[in-house]
Design a protein around this ligand. Sequence first.
Ligand SMILES: C[S@@+](CC[C@H](N)C(=O)[O-])C[C@H]1O[C@@H](n2cnc3c(N)ncnc32)[C@H](O)[C@@H]1O
Length: 234
Amino acid sequence: MVNAGRVSTPDAVPFDYDTNPDRYLIGSRLTKAYSQANLYVWVATLLERADLVLDVGCAEGVLREAMPGRRVIGLDMAMAFLRNHPAPRVRASAAALPFRSNSVDAVTALNMLYHLADPAQALREARRVLKPGGVLIASTVARTDSPEISAYRVRLPSPFDAEEAPDIVRAVFGDVEVHTWDAPLVTLPTKESIREYLRARMAGEEGAERGARELTTPLTVTKRGALVVARLPA
Ligand SMILES: C[S@@+](CC[C@H](N)C(=O)[O-])C[C@H]1O[C@@H](n2cnc3c(N)ncnc32)[C@H](O)[C@@H]1O
């Protein structure tokens, strides 16, 4: 973004989880019901060998749920979610992790680094708390995600969009593995599910109502995003 002739970083996506937890929870329920892919099951598979996992921005435990019987610590800023995450859990910011250096085997930051003005600071913290051989997994959405609903919401660039996420992680961790997707993964069957999908994606009431009126069902939505994996040397 250009500001007074200088290139500036995009603003962080606003944090509304304590005042409006339903926005995320509705979106999460729709993804579970209508998506053909499950990010959390995939991440759990990638972390099969990690003993202790720190899930940064855990919400109510969507990753924890995909890892039954495993040691997962949930960390989040939002009390509205954290109180429903099984223990162990801690309220803290990704920018200052209340953990000793070299203390966990994996850190996950799934769909959350776009809330930080400086995602690299959170990545440095993740790197600090990881043991040698530890793994970082970060996921995020692309600026061009869900193009079918672009007429009904304003999607501003964020500090951690899929287009730049690999470079941001690479700058902190060195080598990274990048997995991207661009596929018709979500099918919304009803007008009500379109309305809720739009609300969850910050379309506001007007955008949600207009979208529900104008779009036809079933609506297939193209999901675009990236998962970045970084491994520390053993
Ligand atoms: C879009 S939700 C993603 C939740 C979950 N990881 C998922 O993939 O469904 C973003 C989460 O990050 C949390 N969050 C946002 N900024 C944070 C920060 N600075 N430190 C810790 N958690 C934060 C929010 O409270 C919310 O639970």
